[in-house]
Design a protein around this ligand. Structure first.
Ligand SMILES: C[S@@+](CC[C@H](N)C(=O)[O-])C[C@H]1O[C@@H](n2cnc3c(N)ncnc32)[C@H](O)[C@@H]1O
Length: 482
């Protein structure tokens, strides 16, 4: 794939066009991503390079299928089952039991929406959770709607067949219980889970929200995670407003921890759960109060946040993150000189990352790197935090630094491979995976990998072998790997 340098004026116009039609934001620092996406779209639309493709995009109105095809080259589909687990825990422990209790015996219905569902793991995770909490779900009207702009992702979601990597944060019994193992080592979603989920195409930046797909004021819970970060501020505001209208009174909006923002969600009530904040559409009375006193960006969270429990450290542990006796305070509060010298930067960075406090973790990663520029682990943890914040390109650069500093850093090679694979850069992905296998060639299968939170060398070799086999079969069938 050829990626040509695009004249500034053309790049400017094409990024505006993309923002207007898909909501996707390609500021200057993401120019290489947009150019790569256009170069890849050029092949599909029959142009020699990204520049001629960009010229064509700007010259004629696109049909809907063409717009969808373009979007599929510009979107990032990273996802997995029970990603950012704490939000699911809040649903399971607090929100759903209360909602189901109120509805039981009256209006036995439940409507959930995974907006920007990518390849479907989030929607199926919701279906599994609902069935766990609601054994008599068949007596209820349960709808789990899952939508995305990328038709390729949706096709994979509908097929419901997943490799090991989609289960990277799930306990092993989860696969046995809700999936059927296929002969190629992958897993197919069990029919009763699939039955609850309905997939549909939807462009969150454009499509009407009161269409036949979404009725105004009908959704109990909306998951819209890891997509707002890719939107222009104006499209993000509009989308949040549309999502609010789609919720029932007192319905819930769930975004990624890195997307929480008082300014953007000022029309919601922010509610603290352990290690996550979820947004509730207020009752009409509460909304009246919110409207009377709209909060600005700088208003403290306590003014409207309702505490269920104080935030606690996440159980999704980053490697080697020994839990401190008590959770550290925000960096601003723990920065006096004596604390800084007594607390290792790495511990602070890892603990904050575990708690989902990514912006704070980032600050500590940067201090850690400043203190020891050649510590490959510092760059690796930095990359992990950046990735969680949606800063993929910066994360990739940090990973490259990690493998430069420590060429036998297996996990860093592996994650670079996954980045390339998620972007459909198959040859590059294969090269990183083969590097990982090379680095691991003399490791004992039981050896624990540094920074891996308990992953063994043998297990990683198995995972990579499966991924490489999938790439081979996708290549031979002409399909695109995820
Ligand atoms: C990183 S994935 C997030 C998947 C899942 N929500 C999660 O958090 O794991 C982002 C998804 O947003 C989708 N997306 C991007 N722009 C969109 C738009 N304008 N309308 C609908 N979906 C969009 C992409 O296709 C991609 O599947």
């Amino acid at each position: 794939m050829q990626v040509d340098v695009m004249p500034d004026a053309l790049w400017q116009r094409v990024s505006e066009f993309v923002a207007q039609s898909t909501g996707l934001h390609f500021p200057a620092e993401r120019q290489p991503d947009l150019q790569r996406g256009l170069a890849s779209a050029a092949a599909e639309f029959g142009f020699a390079d990204g520049v001629s493709c960009a010229d064509w995009l700007l010259s004629a109105p696109l049909t809907r299928p063409q717009l969808h095809a373009l979007a599929s080259h510009l979107t990032v589909g990273e996802t997995y089952f029970f990603r950012e687990r704490k939000a699911f825990d809040a649903l399971a422990a607090h929100i759903l039991p209360e909602l189901l209790r109120r509805r039981r015996g009256r209006e036995q219905r439940l409507r959930l929406w995974s907006a920007a569902c990518s390849t479907g793991e989030e929607a199926y995770s919701l279906a599994i959770l609902v069935q766990q909490l609601l054994p008599d779900w068949r007596d209820w009207e349960v709808t789990i709607l899952a939508t995305d702009i990328n038709e390729r992702f949706l096709r994979k979601a509908v097929a419901g067949v997943y490799g090991e990597w989609s289960f990277r944060e799930s306990p092993s019994e989860f696969k046995e219980r809700y999936f059927i193992r296929a002969s190629d080592g992958r897993f197919t979603v069990a029919p009763e889970i699939r039955e609850c989920v309905r997939f549909a195409h939807m462009n969150l930046a454009q499509d009407g929200f009161s269409s036949s797909t979404i009725n105004t004021g009908s959704m109990d819970i909306i998951f819209c995670r890891n997509v707002l970060i890719y939107f222009t501020p104006a499209h993000a505001r509009k989308l949040v407003e549309n999502l609010r209208h789609s919720l029932v009174d007192e319905g819930w909006l769930v975004v990624s921890p890195s997307e929480c923002s008082q300014a953007l969600f000022s029309q919601f009530v922010a509610v603290n759960f352990p290690a996550s904040i979820l947004y509730r559409k207020g009752s009409p009375e509460e909304r009246g109060l919110l409207n009377l006193a709209p909060r600005s960006c700088g208003t403290p969270a306590e003014s409207t946040a309702t505490a269920f429990d104080p935030p606690q450290p996440s159980v999704i542990a980053l490697a080697n993150a020994a839990a401190p006796e008590k959770p550290p305070a925000m960096p601003e509060q723990v920065l006096p000189a004596e604390t800084e010298s007594s607390q290792p930067f790495s511990l602070q960075a890892r603990t904050l990352a575990n708690q989902g406090r990514h912006a704070d973790a980032l600050v500590w990663c940067e201090r850690w790197i400043a203190a020891n520029k050649i510590d490959a682990a510092a760059h690796y943890v930095h990359a992990t935090v950046l990735q969680e914040m949606g800063e993929r390109e910066a994360a990739r650069r940090s990973l490259q630094r990690a493998v430069y500093l420590q060429p036998d850093f297996a996990l860093a090679h592996f994650v670079l491979g996954n980045f390339a694979r998620a972007d459909a850069r198959t040859t590059e992905a294969e090269r990183h995976f083969l590097n990982t296998l090379y680095v691991l060639r003399d490791s004992s299968p039981d050896a624990l990998l540094p920074e891996s939170d308990g992953l063994t060398a043998g297990r990683l070799v198995e995972i990579i072998t499966t991924l490489l086999a999938q790439t081979d079969s996708a290549d031979s069938s002409g399909g695109a790997p995820k």
